[in-house]
Design a protein around this ligand. Sequence first.
Ligand code: GRF
Length: 204
Amino acid sequence: MLRVVVCVSGGGTNLQAIIDGIHNGQIRNTEIVKVISNNASAYGLERAKQNGISTACVSPKSYQVRTEFYKAFLEIVDEAEPDLIVLAGFLVTIPAEMIQKYPNKIINIHPSLIPSFCGVGYYGLKVHEAALKRGVQYTGATVHIVDEGTDTGPILLQKPVEVKSGDTPEQLQKRVMEQAEWVILPQAINMIANGELDDRIKGE
Ligand code: GRF
């Protein structure tokens, strides 16, 4: 059984897709053992509680020094004894110590086809604003391994989404979430839980 910790900062719709995937059998041999947020008002925490999943909130704002926050964050993660850490709309930088302690065991969902529209400053609506500004006909989402860069780890899964004429950033974000993020994140977790992504995880 793959023990999964999910980290959220906002609405938690990607978390919900994972919860639903476990309930409907799309994700096998997997258990969400903890949902962690940096934001006490994140609705993702409510989604976890509604499904009987243990939660924790640890915010950088509660600590004078960022390294103290990282220490507290890592302690909560370690206590959950995860096999996989999933960043599902998590807006906090992962400390290098956590990446080194959980090599190839942290994945992130990014709302573009990496290497487009990613890296520092590209998150949430900003990603879709950039795609619309560039005029791409297709965008999409990517699940990748988290390394010490920003959106630079090995790509595991991607799914393209058509950009429609007149799209607003909000309309495009909704389509990318519905048609790509909520599909490939559960798919990636299921594949990891069942040993189907090992080669890509090793970057082979
Ligand atoms: C969304 O912008 C999504 O594209 C990105 O994180 C944000 C929040 O998603 N992955 P969620 O509803 O909290 O899962």
